[in-house]
Design a protein around this ligand. Sequence first.
Ligand code: SF4
Length: 336
Amino acid sequence: MSDIVLEVKDLSKAFEMPRSLFDALRGQPTRKLVGVDQVSFKIERHETLGLVGESGCGKTTLGRCILRLQQPTGGSILFEGQDITRASERDLQPVRRRMQVVFQDPYSSLNPRMTVRQMIVEALRFHKICSRAEEDAYLERLLKTVGLNIDAADKFPRAFSGGQRQRIGLARALAVQPAFLVADEPVSALDVSIQAQVLNLLTDLRDEFGLTMLFIAHELSIVRHVSTRVAVMYLGQIVETGTTDEVFENAQHPYTEGLLRALPRPEPKRRDRKIALEGDIPSPMNVPKGCRFHTRCPIAQEICRTKTPPLRQLSPTHHVLCHLRPTPDWNPAILA
Ligand code: SF4
């Protein structure tokens, strides 16, 4: 029997935008910005789901709703079988220990007025992880686990480089022994030379501690390195999901294909010049009718401009939201 850690059902988050005085006087209704729109998925224990898409597609909003840092406007979130969609802060307290986050920006995610020791001990005490007598030894082991020396404990965040700060963020998240980690673009603010080190550390720790993970990134190449499954997001919706191999070797959605074509190739001369991702992502305050991707899709037909696309299943794990994919000659036997 599968052990589902996280189940998200029809999750939505819309933001009401304040009206200008002019709009209010003209009696215009309040406008809504679509953050996340009826997203559903499950993550099994020890799985890593990579969530990928361009900036502004709703990935971070989805992550923040799952963590209940933002209140969803529709749908539900089940964490380890418990419906936490509308749980009170008090009921969320034990959940927050099991569910931790590493943020994108290691510079602003650490309190500049607290030393590393103060930050971690605060979390240990709040969640009653160990006795006070055990704190020093616990802290030393934890810092060693993320590749830092105990000398780091009494320094403030400003004393560290970006990569070291992200290691401290990881130590703080792991200190409370979570089961599930949301990693929200954890390396995108770091120098390229440091990114691989932090990613390797993250995957090593995930495996060592048996973590389940939602890994959010805008670069497919990074997601491939980390994920067992991939979900591709566009304008608040998931448009394709599959195992990492299915998405990278047999992408079906034209948006996924565009993201893949934009990846750097080892031989620049042979790089595919047909970059499908032309044009900007439309405003989430003015979502296109029909298929949301039709304004940028190189194979769009009339039906795409008027009708919402169906969710088609290609395999038990591979789904695509599209009118035209898979093509009629699609043969599921090739998956066998
Ligand atoms: Fe392109 Fe149409 Fe498929 Fe949307 S439904 S991705 S516009 S082919």
